[in-house]
Design a protein around this ligand. Structure first.
Ligand code: UDP
Length: 278
């Protein structure tokens, strides 16, 4: 579907105004980037797969009472989400050493951590997403203490849940990145929601038996075909039928969307910031 006037175009997604106030349409592109945009390719079908995988995972989180921005899938490449004020922090949860953690501390990849590690990175392409501490986050007012408490609590719950979910399809959840948004009610109370996407673009996923990578590292490191790997993730999760490696956007070889029963979120702060009214 072609739409006019994007609100925002990122490296892998475009955001458009939604049909009702407080909603946004999130369009998943096939563009794939690494190294802050230095490596770029268009990989046919990737956006369709990420749309469906993210829908599946965010819906599963809603079902266990974790509030997300997801409302519904509109078509093969678009989902309707709640408009949120994005907290400009990428929250990374790690279970096994890999990527920048292994590089930064000079440790091997693949070491199982005794407990999950949470890291925070400032969302800034200009600054190359520097790692920050909780003190930086509160000092520079990117988020308040209560929000960070809630974010940490949600991140670990998401980690526990997704670790089990992926384990059931013989995939190890090595690490992943979450983004969070805030919404306000009429009284100015703040609610924290999981936002953006959860997909093999934002997770490291290794096959339990072979150690085969099923995520964006294949692209980052020129080690294989990510469309095929993401398809395999979707197939194991039961989102896509059959063994064909091509997503047919016309036919839409995907299963119907399950309706989600939404829970009533409770606010984390009582009217801390009454000037903001959204
Ligand atoms: N990640 C992401 N977006 C980013 C940076 C990281 O989704 O801008 C994800 C990445 O896919 C991995 C996890 O966060 O699952 C940890 O990434 P890491 O810090 O190791 O960085 P990388 O080496 O991937 O750049």
């Amino acid at each position: 579907m072609s739409r006019n006037n994007p609100l925002y175009e990122g490296k892998a997604k475009i955001l458009y105004e939604g049909p009702e106030p407080g909603t946004i349409i999130q369009y998943f592109k096939d563009d794939t980037t690494a190294g802050n945009g230095e490596k770029h390719e268009v990989i046919s079908g990737k956006g369709v797969l990420n749309n469906r995988i993210s829908e599946y995972l965010l819906t599963a989180l809603e079902e266990i009472g974790i509030n997300t921005h997801f409302i519904k899938t509109l078509n093969m490449r678009e989902q309707l989400v709640k408009a949120v004020e994005i907290i400009p922090i990428e929250v990374v949860v790690r279970n096994i050493t890999a990527g920048s953690l292994a590089k930064r501390f000079g440790v091997d990849e693949g070491i199982v951590l005794p407990q999950p590690i949470i890291e925070y990175y400032l969302k800034s392409d200009k600054l190359n997403d520097p790692m920050v501490t909780r003190e930086h986050i509160t000092t520079f007012e990117w988020a308040i203490e209560e929000e960070l408490e809630e974010i940490g609590r949600i991140a670990l719950r998401v980690n526990d849940f997704l670790t089990g979910l992926f384990k059931s399809v013989k995939i190890r959840l090595v690490d992943f990145k979450l983004e969070f948004g805030r919404v306000y009610d009429e009284e100015g109370n703040i609610y924290i929601l999981v936002a953006d996407e959860i997909s093999p673009d934002s997770c490291r996923l290794w096959d339990v038996e072979t150690g085969q990578k099923l995520d964006k590292d294949l692209f980052r490191r020129n080690e294989g075909d990510i469309a095929k790997a993401y398809h395999e993730v979707a197939r194991r999760l039961g989102i896509i039928d059959g063994d064909n490696n091509v997503i047919d956007e016309e036919k839409g070889n995907v299963q119907p969307i399950t309706p989600v029963v939404k829970t009533n979120p409770s606010p984390i702060t009582k009217n801390k910031n009454p000037k903001k009214d959204k």
